[in-house]
Design a protein around this ligand. Structure first.
Ligand code: GLN
Length: 242
């Protein structure tokens, strides 16, 4: 696949899909807009952008996109949801509950940072190998560091411990700092057993992954930093957690 990769699909029914397209152009990954269920047949990855999840759900109904995306995920194809996209992918949605695809075992609370600080840039950190690439995706970059599967066990233990204690300071030694833009963002209130935390801000998980599903509650497409998109394209695979 690395030699002749399929394009990346960008769900383009509402929201900031154009900024994801700009990011993919910058890193040299071919992409196609996805507006109809049939478009999914032509892409090997899917990005679900930020925007307004309730509006996107209306398009989903008209186009029968929900079942088509579930089927896409069942084929093991990677999906990356940012903000509203994360809400659509979650297993449980609060404030209020609404229709969702249930493809990643997290509970998200919509608009959870409150009205007064509904948009903010926070300093976050990437952990558990989220800033590494394996070089298997459509950008066909050579691997430069150990793939995520080879992250030392001590680092993983650290993360689990930190999740329980809620102490972000524990990552100071090995987390990679990164600027994260939040806009009316949800908060991930629960992370299921099989979900890996790959990024945190203010002690909360903000970038998480389960199998072929990656979600961010912030907007990596709004900064110059290509790390998260590169990670998605080059590392996220269903097989890695099987
Ligand atoms: N608050 C929006 C929602 O609930 C998400 C905001 C965003 O994607 N930036 O869908």
């Amino acid at each position: 696949m690395a030699n002749n990769p399929q394009p990346v699909g960008i769900l383009a029914v509402q929201g900031d899909f154009a900024l994801h397209a700009q990011m993919l152009d910058r890193i040299g990954a071919p992409w196609l807009p996805v507006k109809h269920a049939s478009d999914l047949a032509n892409v090997g990855w899917l990005i679900m952008p930020g925007g307004e999840s309730t509006t996107m759900l209306k398009f989903f109904e008209g186009e029968n996109l929900g079942p088509a995306i579930v089927d896409f995920a069942a084929q093991g194809k990677p999906i990356f949801g940012t903000c509203a996209g994360a809400i659509l992918l979650a297993k449980e949605v609060l404030n209020p509950n609404q229709s969702h695809l249930g493809l990643i075992d997290i509970t998200v609370e919509r608009n959870a940072y409150g009205r007064q600080i509904d948009s903010a840039i926070r300093q976050g950190i990437l952990v558990n190998g989220a800033s590494r690439e394996t070089g298997k995706g459509p950008t066909a970059e050579p691997a430069t560091e150990a793939p995520i599967g080879e992250v030392p066990a001590a680092e993983l233990r650290h993360d689990r411990h930190s999740r329980e204690s809620g102490n972000p300071q524990e990552f100071a030694g090995h987390g990679r700092p990164i600027e994260m833009v939040f806009i009316r963002a949800p908060i991930i209130r629960r992370v299921g057993e099989g979900v890996r935390v790959l990024g945190r801000a203010e002690g909360l998980p903000v970038l998480v992954e389960q199998g072929n599903i990656l979600v961010a509650t912030f907007h990596p497409e709004l900064t110059e930093d290509e790390t998260i998109h590169r990670y998605f394209l080059n590392n996220v695979r269903l097989s890695r957690t099987l």
